[in-house]
Design a protein around this ligand. Structure first.
Ligand code: NAP
Length: 511
């Protein structure tokens, strides 16, 4: 077993999606080859491996939704479909020589900090190992959330989640109940509507939907991007800048988003002629409060005669009858849950036990808190890619991941420079200062003031997922590790050194 060959590694990366592969590439670039990538499945790709539902595609243009250091001049469309993104990640894995580091079927069952040895003890489905540093890149959209619906076990038909599509089940001629109206559901609905006999959509909250400016990328563009790299980078920069300029409307001046609501309303009017149906599809909260959805086919599909819209959440199931909160009853052959993911209660957090003997989930019971979205107090040498408050509402998460990779590179270089067996532990005061800064900024954002409930918010209504700034600001804040924000741990027989200044109070991001 590969993990036994490597009983100890310098770095254990958990997950092989964009975050995990990116971390691995960056480690290699920093000259570190003593690492493994622990993957619970049998292939790379993360969310782009798991989500294979009909119509699955990305809402961020591919020339921005890809690594800056691994451009793909051959993207077929503005918004590539899941198969192309997955194939890209497979290619990146080969190009950067990551295969020897991959440990498939190695779900991390537990990770426990050993304070004496100053390393992590990991138990995985593929064996045990220890690691000086753990990079958790499990992603916030990896563990499917199926609501606890009374009677679900009595349903005699097929049930699956959008991210675990049952490709063996033929939907033709079936009555399918689709639960949810998020980014996944609105891609599934138009893809299956022509095939199924009936489709009943359970909409608890209508979504704001904008036109999707998708098109094929021409042969000439591909040639230019392949042969004149400047054209590729200009394209990427333009895509980036446009999105950076939109940020202040989300974070500081949500009233400006009213203009965008008019575009969405016109989009709805064009596709749905029935005013009663239109009214049921019109949101009553500010656009951007929930993720803005892009589709040219969702509304037209809802206007088809074989589609019923139930404007109420699924509340109960009695055999093959689905009961909505408003009492509407619907018979169905299959249920597809497009009900999202465990974002603010990531299952990996309950498997990670830190220096105080408590799990990350216990530490985060009142809400996730990280230092610069990456580390947490009491969890030395444990970095999370796409950690607390790193999510974006309008741009490419790859930009945030790459910013965190800079932080990772600087982190491991500090471990080298400081020398010996050491670990860095985020100071609680630094974590507090960072979160105070983030939460203060959060107050004016559309996610706080927009009048909706969303997966950005945790059970206490606090936004612990989104980044209330531009990607440039986050990049600046994570360019370097500020050692004043960490205590340096040394083995018990050596002196425990508190470095230089006490806690940092600056954040490094401009307010
Ligand atoms: P989601 O955005 O969390 O949506 C979950 C949906 O399920 C919501 O509409 C929610 O309603 C609904 N729901 C939950 N319980 C329900 C119940 N009992 N009855 C009826 N409806 C119920 O999940 P998602 O669509 O999988 O998307 C998650 C994230 O993945 C996205 O925000 C995006 O970041 C990413 N994603 C991106 C793309 C893309 O790029 N195109 C595609 C797919 C996913 P409420 O709104 O009332 O809570």
């Amino acid at each position: 077993m590969a993990t036994r060959e490597h009983a100890h590694v310098r770095v254990a990366v958990i997950g092989s999606g964009f975050g995990g592969l990116g971390a691995a590439i960056r480690l290699r670039r920093e000259g570190i080859t003593d690492f493994v990538i622990l993957e619970r499945a049998d292939a790379v790709g993360g969310t782009w491996r798991d989500n294979s539902y009909p119509g699955c595609a990305c809402d961020v243009p591919s020339h921005l939704y890809s690594f800056s250091f691994a451009p793909n001049p051959a993207w077929p469309r503005n918004f590539s479909g899941q198969p192309h993104i997955r194939a890209y990640l497979e290619r990146v894995t080969d190009t950067y020589g990551l295969r020897p580091h991959l440990r498939f079927d190695s779900e991390v069952l537990s990770a426990r900090w050993d304070a004496d040895a100053l390393h992590w003890q990991l138990e995985t489905a593929g064996g045990s190992l220890t690691a000086d540093v753990v990079v958790s890149a499990t992603g916030p959209l990896s563990d499917a959330k199926i609501p606890d619906i009374p009677g679900l076990e009595t349903f005699p038909g097929r049930v699956f989640h959008s991210s675990r599509w049952d490709h063996d089940y033929d939907l033709r001629g079936k009555h399918v109940a689709m639960i949810g109206t998020g980014a996944s559901a609105i891609q599934i609905v138009p893809s299956i509507q022509p095939t199924v006999d009936r489709l009943t959509l359970f909409q608890r909250t209508p979504a704001w939907v904008l036109p999707r400016a998708d098109r094929q990328i021409s042969g000439l563009e591909k040639w230019l991007h392949g042969n004149i790299p400047l054209t590729r980078s200009v394209r990427r920069q333009l895509l980036w800048i446009i999105r950076e300029l939109q940020v202040s409307a989300f974070t500081k001046r949500p009233s400006e988003l009213g203009l965008v609501e008019n575009i969405a309303k016109a989009h709805l009017r064009r596709a749905v002629k029935d005013p009663a149906l239109r009214a049921r599809l019109t949101p009553d909260y500010r656009i951007g409060c929930k993720r803005i959805l892009l589709s040219n086919t969702y509304y037209p599909a809802l206007a088809q005669p074989n589609v019923d819209l139930v404007t109420s959440g699924l509340k109960e199931i009695r055999g093959n009858v689905l009961v909505a909160a408003d009492g509407t009853e619907t018979e169905a052959d299959a249920i597809v849950f497009g009900t999202g993911f465990h974002v603010t209660d990531m299952p990996i957090a309950s498997r990670v036990t830190g220096a105080n003997g408590t799990t990350l989930a216990e530490e985060w019971k009142d809400g996730m808190e990280g230092l610069r979205g990456t580390t947490a107090a009491g969890f030395p040498n444990f970095l999370t890619i796409i950690g607390p408050n790193t999510g974006l509402g309008n741009s490419s998460m790859i930009l945030m991941i790459e910013a965190q990779l800079n932080y990772l590179a600087d982190y491991v270089s500090h471990l080298d420079t400081l020398g010996g067996k050491i670990a860095l532990n985020a100071r609680p005061s630094a974590v507090h200062a960072w979160n105070h800064f983030v939460q203060q900024r959060m107050e004016r954002t559309v996610w706080t003031t927009g009048g909706c409930d969303s997966w950005y918010l945790d059970a206490n209504g606090r936004n612990t997922t989104a980044w209330p700034g531009t990607t440039a600001e986050f990049r600046k804040a994570t360019r370097k590790v500020d050692l004043a924000e960490y205590e340096v741990l040394r083995p018990p027989h050596e002196r425990v050194t508190a470095l230089t200044a006490p806690a940092a109070t600056t954040t490094g991001a401009t307010a």
